[in-house]
Design a binder for this molecule. Structure first.
Ligand SMILES: Nc1ncnc2c1ncn2[C@@H]1O[C@H](COP(=O)(O)OP(=O)(O)OP(=O)(O)O)[C@@H](O)[C@H]1O
Ligand SMILES: [Mg+2]
Length: 303
């Protein structure tokens, strides 16, 4: 196998983050890697824990992580609802939904209080993984909601009727800290922050943390930062390792032990409109999102 293939996590390649599991050595984040056991099947479903996938920086892996963490949790028998909360609709398209053709989306749920979320939920090809799609209509919501009473709590109200039917709800936020993202943070129990392993990864994180603190203070006291997820990691470069080290120095145990390697399998899976867990089921990158799902459950941040 070439070093490229090894780094891409070909079927025999070691997954970054699993090396230490056998030897008790440091994982890719520099800390000893705990074992994350396969979770026991659930006997019943709900109430859901709501997690906002959030970073106002663009292109850091929010949508990719929402799709693949969701699919991995569903593989473990969890009932998962994904909320596309970005007018770009990348989450919907990434799961094979022709979002631009839809008449009813998350937008209608936000601005028409009489709508029932059940009308808008779609099943995906992955069993146990459902989605509320979005398209460009959502871009009008921000302006329309500004004049509403309790305008930050609209998404929380929209989600309430289905919380008993799901174990986890993942909200794919748009790259902004505007009213839609504040709605996601107000509805959520936790925030998962994907951070791309590149030099300016931490730029803007202080503002994100400040926004989370404001929402916790004023709107949603239960909100917590569930974890920081290092994405697009390349273990061959000192640079990626340095970035992860500085993120761990800053955020300590909030950083997930699981890191997501940079691989072309992700854009490939997006083109195929499938989660990586089915598109390239045995690839290291699919296993990484399964490990993230197990880590989240082991940390008590998902059922
Ligand atoms: N681990 C990875 N390795 C390689 N490419 C990746 C990885 N994760 C995501 N990508 C690719 O990077 C691009 C951006 O990823 P993604 O859409 O998940 O980011 P995002 O944070 O949701 O972006 P936006 O802020 O625009 O919503 C996509 O083309 C995706 O396929
Ligand atoms: Mg996105």
């Amino acid at each position: 196998m070439t070093s490229q293939a090894a780094a891409e996590g070909g079927s025999h390649a070691r997954l970054p983050g699993t090396e230490g599991a056998e030897k008790g050595q440091a994982g890719p984040t520099g800390r000893p890697l705990p074992a994350f056991p396969v979770p026991a099947p659930l006997q019943q479903h709900g109430p859901a824990r709501i997690i906002a996938m959030c970073n106002q920086k663009g292109g850091v892996g929010k949508t990719t992580s929402t799709i693949n963490l969701g699919a991995a949790l569903a593989e473990y028998g969890r009932k998962v609802l994904l909320i596309d909360f970005d007018p770009q609709g990348a989450l919907s398209v990434g799961l094979g939904i022709r979002a631009h053709e839809l008449d009813t989306t998350i937008y209608n749920l936000l601005v028409e209080p009489s709508r029932d979320i059940h009308e808008v939920i779609q099943q995906t090809a992955t069993p146990g993984l459902d989605i509320v799609p979005a398209n460009i209509d959502l871009s009008a919501a921000e302006v329309q909601l500004v004049g509403e009473v309790a305008r930050e709590m609209v998404l929380a109200r929209v989600l309430r009727p289905v919380l008993d039917e799901y174990d986890v709800v993942l909200i794919d936020c748009q790259p902004s800290l505007g009213l839609l993202t504040v709605n996601a943070l107000t509805a959520a129990h936790g925030v998962l922050i994907p951070l791309e392993c590149e030099f300016f990864a931490m730029r803007g994180v202080a503002l994100l943390v400040e926004t989370i603190e404001k929402v916790t203070d004023r709107l949603n006291p239960r909100l917590q930062v569930d974890g920081i997820l290092a994405t697009m990691y390349d273990g061959r470069t000192l640079h990626s390792r340095d970035v992860v080290k500085s993120v761990v120095d800053h955020f300590g145990e909030k950083v997930f032990h699981t890191v997501i390697t940079r691989t072309v399998k992700f854009p490939d899976a997006t083109l195929a409109a499938e989660p990586i867990t089915s598109y390239a089921s045995t690839h290291g990158a699919a296993e990484a999102y399964r490990q993230l799902a197990r880590e989240l459950i082991a940390r008590g941040e998902a059922a």
